[in-house]
Design a protein around this ligand. Structure first.
Ligand code: IPM
Ligand code: MN
Length: 377
């Protein structure tokens, strides 16, 4: 029998995944204290290391649970030497597999700088940007493009002569993610930090690639339905420099899958590094949330990595869940969590190594749990 409350399926995965997810679960527990819990979490093992031990990336019931859950939280996947027979990373089922299998077409990556967070550039910790410069969301198409498994090798004798990855851009795939991005731009009341304009930037390489020309055409066609949103355009190479030089210009941006993968790691530098970057993989029926950083095997088990990306993933998950179920209790807890995170960061007492501090993963979790308890219910 199913426990009361929303069912959250949790996949800690590999490396540092379990450590950050453990803190994420403590935060979920803290938010639920003092009343009947609105949610119930179940953890499922899986990933690359699991594959090396068992020959399976995860168990069939773990895969089924993702379909039945109200929301999904993933830690990270990837373990040295864990490769599937076809060359893919073992553990892909938990990330790429869920994106494909549950049709999670929009990868939504907020990039917001909170007071108290530092940047690391050239090995120094500095406050280069202020929080009022950086508050955007990059929406990345999540199901096609170079990630479509339309790839292979041409061999002669035993040797590879040619390797091919096909870039597939479809009307359906582009249209739904672009529409999602326009709706998000409409829902965000603040607009761009620079001028308050509700702007959506289309990131592409339409001066060269046909798929990008098609993507931009779709952007304009869908955009005509949103006259209140300013349409903005950037070739991906130019976007890379403008993003760093003038982040306050950006409100919401939308990109195809591979370009979105690259520019969101770059954007993470603006928000304090990968230790703060969270992403929601959103579909029509399901959604999966994750810290964007990888499994970082060399830090595994050291209680050292920054759990804030996971905390922000939990916040994004609760916002999505509360919206989908139209449940103000859950939306309230998302807000409470964001306030607790902002307050903890502003105090600056629990900086992990990536922020030039020495706080442990669990100490950062302790601080956030305390901050949650101090937030009004
Ligand atoms: C990400 C990651 C994944 C991707 C990897 C782990 C397959 O880099 O979520 O950005 O390429 O999408
Ligand atoms: Mn990536």
């Amino acid at each position: 029998m199913r426990a009361a409350g929303y069912e959250i399926a949790i996949y800690p995965g590999d490396g540092t995944g379990p450590e950050v997810v453990r803190e994420g679960c403590r935060v979920l527990d803290a938010l639920a204290e003092g009343g009947p819990s609105p949610w119930h979490c179940t953890e499922y093992p899986g990933g690359g290391e699991y594959y090396l031990r068992t020959g399976r990336e995860w168990e069939p019931e773990a895969a089924a649970a993702a379909k039945n859950a109200d929301a999904i939280l993933v830690g990270a996947v990837g373990w040295p030497g864990a490769t599937l027979p076809n060359g893919d990373i073992a553990g892909r089922a938990l990330v790429l597999g869920l994106r494909e299998g549950l049709d999670l077409f929009a990868n939504v990556r907020p990039c917001k700088l909170y007071p108290g967070v530092r940047h690391r550039i050239s090995g120094e910790y500095r406050e280069v940007w202020t929080p009022k410069n950086v508050d955007m969301v990059i929406v990345r198409e999540n199901t096609e493009d170079l990630y479509t498994p339309a790839r292979g090798r041409l061999r002669r004798g035993g040797d590879t002569e040619v390797a091919i990855d096909t870039r597939i851009i479809t009307r359906k795939g582009s249209e739904r993610v672009i529409r999602y991005a326009f709706e998000l731009a409409r829902a965000r009341s603040r607009g761009a930090p620079e001028d308050g304009v509700r702007r959506l930037t289309c990131i592409d390489k339409s001066n060269v690639m046909e798929g990008c020309r098609f993507f931009r055409e779709t952007f304009d066609r869908v955009g005509a339905e949103f006259p209140e949103i300013e349409r903005d355009y950037a070739y991906v190479d130019a976007f890379a420099q403008w993003l760093v030089r003038n982040p306050e210009h950006y409100n919401v941006a939308v990109a195809t899958n591979m370009m979105g993968d690259i520019v969101t790691d770059l954007a993470a530098v603006l928000q304090g590094g990968m230790g703060f970057a969270a992403g929601g993989n959103i579909g029509a029926e399901h959604a999966m949330f994750e810290p964007v950083h990888g499994s970082a095997p060399k830090y595994a088990g050291k209680n050292q990595v920054n759990p804030f990306a996971t905390f922000f993933a939990v916040e994004q998950m609760l916002r999505w869940l509360g919206g989908r179920k139209q449940d103000p209790r859950v939306l309230r807890q998302a807000e409470r969590l964001e306030n607790a995170l902002a307050r903890t960061l502003a105090e600056g007492k629990t900086r992990t190594y990536d922020q030039g501090g020495s706080a442990t993963t669990s100490a950062a979790g302790d601080a956030v749990v305390t901050a949650i308890r101090n937030e009004a219910k």
